[in-house]
Design a protein around this ligand. Structure first.
Ligand code: WTA
Length: 652
């Protein structure tokens, strides 16, 4: 089977960017980078126009990332007000709740959205929220999450959205780090027929973090939940009583827009800070091009609002462009595995953007759940969050896309703000599993471990040269870590933490993380973060976590655990540790394998040798490479033996 899927000619004919335009614009965007982004920035409404486009330098001793710095604007005006009155009665959001009853779906027009945003902004203002303050948002995928984000930025306040699947403890840590004064949550969320006790978690988090003075509670389920008068207020009552107009606050392009936490190579999640002007320019203009959205088309990104994918391409991208988007609260497999396909049919979705993990699990269900639905509205398919394996890619292309929809495999990160590599659908032929080509203004560089640039066909560490407007500016309270993590490894370059390969056609394939981050089902988990959670269990002396190849999740979590003296290994304890970690971090932090390890292999300096542990976790018992650094080789032998015994037990 050919490994190249050319751009369908009829698609290219009406696309925003075809092959010739891509080549020309890409070259121009490198030759005159400022000129390119200046033109892109004209897509926004500025209050005071900027005079300088960029002021950037990837020098670890003097890092500078500033875009459109003396311009001023307001994000909510660009996302909402601008589409009025023209689209007042057109839907901004087509919401589908977890359930299937009548009350489980509603549409929100641009007029209603603007009204709610203004009113909630006034409520927040009344609670003392002002420019630069952080508001933490802990909500399910319901229209109010969009309202909440927009209400914050109307005031020049900074939103910090925390995934509603995170535990109370994880929420509390993020509230503390950001110093948030107000929390917006809901009574409950619904996911796959189950209730998520959001207010309960929020109360526990706020009890630990008194910086929160007020909690705004959206009534999602109507369940009776504890309510602290004076501190808590109901969203619907407060919004109804608020003034319907809130003047937008003028902010500088380099003022922060939001904070988003993600896992890195230390125990503490890092709060990446995105600023207003550059992020909005990159998000809004790239969204339109990479999904080839045309006026009137319906877009659906399945990501949860707690991740950057949703920030950029579910919230900001569609809003900036005045697009109608579907929002779905639930999961793809409930009540059955045709749920997504029924939603595509019902809302006539044209552009669908999801993650490979979900596709792999749905692929297992066969074609029958898909065939029950009419997916002929689909025109473009997207993938994000992890490498998509060619098998899943082909299934997506043929079974979901009917062989006619290009697949945009978008490579980017929380840190990069918006897309870096992507096969723009009318321009770049698809190769399964390849994020393909750089977006405009983006210069990919592959380096070896020593930092030597590798030209032509090469595999190494994925870096980018030169700034782009959407990139994060810093880690909240830890600029040094920001510089050290991304700019110090290869001076002059931004280092992604990913491995990448360039083929003979200049196409890129992302090969996965090369640092201490595990990508589980498209969610980033830091090994150190997991180890800290495991090691905080009273029975645990020490632990080491590595990723291993997992059929469905891409990578799974493999934990080696050393128990304290006199504590017995048992299945009950194993389960207790698994639950313990889920409670500390959230259900996404699920340990797939726990192997007891009386000792962990270390070098003479006491550093755990993860390379060897990762090999064993992948059932590779041969190529340990140089083991001369192992302080006690018998420990490696024991770990291998235990793994082999487990495999034997499982296969018998
Ligand atoms: C991985 C999500 C391969 C990568 C937008 C990156 C991908 C991490 C792709 C960022 C892709 C994202 N192909 N790998 N198309 N997209 N990744 O911050 O390892 O949640 O570093 O941002 O996901 O995850 P994050």
């Amino acid at each position: 089977m050919s490994d190249i899927y050319p751009v369908p000619p009829d698609f290219a004919a009406r696309a925003h960017v075809d092959a010739a335009a891509y080549d020309r614009l890409y070259r121009q965007s490198l030759d005159d980078n400022d000129g390119f982004w200046r033109e892109q920035a004209a897509a926004l409404d500025w209050i005071r126009p900027f005079t300088q486009v960029s002021d950037t330098k990837f020098d670890p001793a003097d890092l500078r990332i500033r875009w459109f710095a003396d311009g001023t604007l307001n994000a909510s005006v660009n996302c909402v007000d601008r589409h009025l009155p023209a689209k007042a009665d057109k839907p901004a959001i087509l919401w589908q709740g977890d359930g299937e009853g009548e009350s489980e779906s509603r549409s929100v027009t641009w007029g209603e959205l603007a009204d709610k945003v203004n009113r909630l902004a006034n409520v927040l203002k009344g609670l003392g929220v002002a420019k630069g303050d952080v508001v933490t948002i802990y909500l399910p995928v319901i229209p109010e999450v969009m309202v909440a984000m927009m209400a914050c930025v109307r005031l020049g306040a900074v939103h910090s959205v925390v995934f509603s699947g995170f535990s109370a403890e994880a929420l509390a840590n993020r509230i503390e780090d950001a110093g948030a004064k107000v929390l917006i949550t809901a009574d409950e969320g619904h996911r796959g027929g189950r209730v998520v006790p959001l207010k309960h978690n929020a109360d526990a988090a706020v009890a630990a973090q008194p910086s929160i003075r007020h909690v705004v509670v959206v009534r999602r389920s109507g369940a009776s939940v504890p309510f602290t008068p004076g501190r808590d207020l109901w969203y619907d009552e407060a919004v109804a009583a608020a003034e319907p107009w809130c003047p937008p606050v003028e902010v500088g392009a380099e003022d922060p827009l939001f904070i988003l936490y993600t896992s890195g190579s230390t125990g503490k999640p890092k709060g990446l800070v995105h600023t207003t002007g550059g992020y909005l320019v990159h998000a809004g203009t790239s969204w339109r091009v990479i999904f080839d959205w045309h006026e009137g088309e319906v877009f659906w990104c399945t990501a949860d609002v707690g991740w950057v994918t949703a920030h950029t391409y579910k919230i900001y991208g569609p809003l900036l462009n005045g697009a109608t988007s579907v929002m779905f609260e639930g999961v793809p497999t409930w009540p059955d595995s045709s749920r997504w396909w029924s939603i595509i049919e019902r809302y006539r979705v044209n552009i669908f953007y999801t993650a490979p993990t979900a596709l792999r699990s749905l692929m297992r269900e066969g074609e029958a759940p898909v065939q029950r639905h009419d997916l002929s509205s689909l025109r473009v398919l997207g993938s994000v969050g992890e490498p998509i394996n060619p098998e899943a890619w082909r299934w997506y292309h043929s079974v979901i896309g009917g062989g006619r929809c290009p697949i945009v495999d978008t490579y980017w990160q929380t840190e990069t703000g918006a897309v870096l590599l992507v096969p723009i659908p009318g321009a770049v032929a698809n190769k399964p599993g390849m994020a393909a080509k750089p977006y405009f203004g983006i210069r990919p560089v592959v380096v070896d471990a020593a930092g030597t640039r590798l030209d032509g066909v090469a595999e190494g560490n994925m870096c980018f040269e030169g700034s782009w407007p959407g990139q994060a500016r810093t880690i909240l309270h830890d600029h040094e870590r920001f510089v050290l993590t991304y700019f110090a490894p290869y001076p002059g370059l931004f280092f992604t933490g990913d491995g990448g390969r360039r083929d003979e056609d200049g196409y890129f394939r992302i090969t996965g993380r090369v640092d201490d981050v595990i990508n589980v089902s498209g969610h980033r988990l830091g090994t150190v973060e997991l180890e800290s959670a495991i090691s905080s269990h009273p029975a645990v002396a020490e632990s080491a976590v590595v990723g291993f190849p997992h059929d469905l999740k891409g990578q799974g979590v493999f934990a080696y655990v050393t128990l304290k003296e006199n504590i017995d290994e048992s299945e009950a304890l194993r389960r207790e540790i698994v639950d313990w970690v889920r409670a500390r971090i959230g259900a996404i932090a699920s340990l797939d394998v726990v192997q007891w390890a009386p000792s962990l292999p270390k070098n003479r300096a006491g550093k755990i040798l993860r390379r060897i542990l990762a090999k064993v976790a992948a059932n590779d018992f041969e190529n340990f490479g140089d083991t001369s650094t192992v302080a006690d080789p018998a420990i490696v032998g024991d770990i291998v033996l235990r793994r082999k015994q487990t495999l034997e037990r499982e296969s018998s």
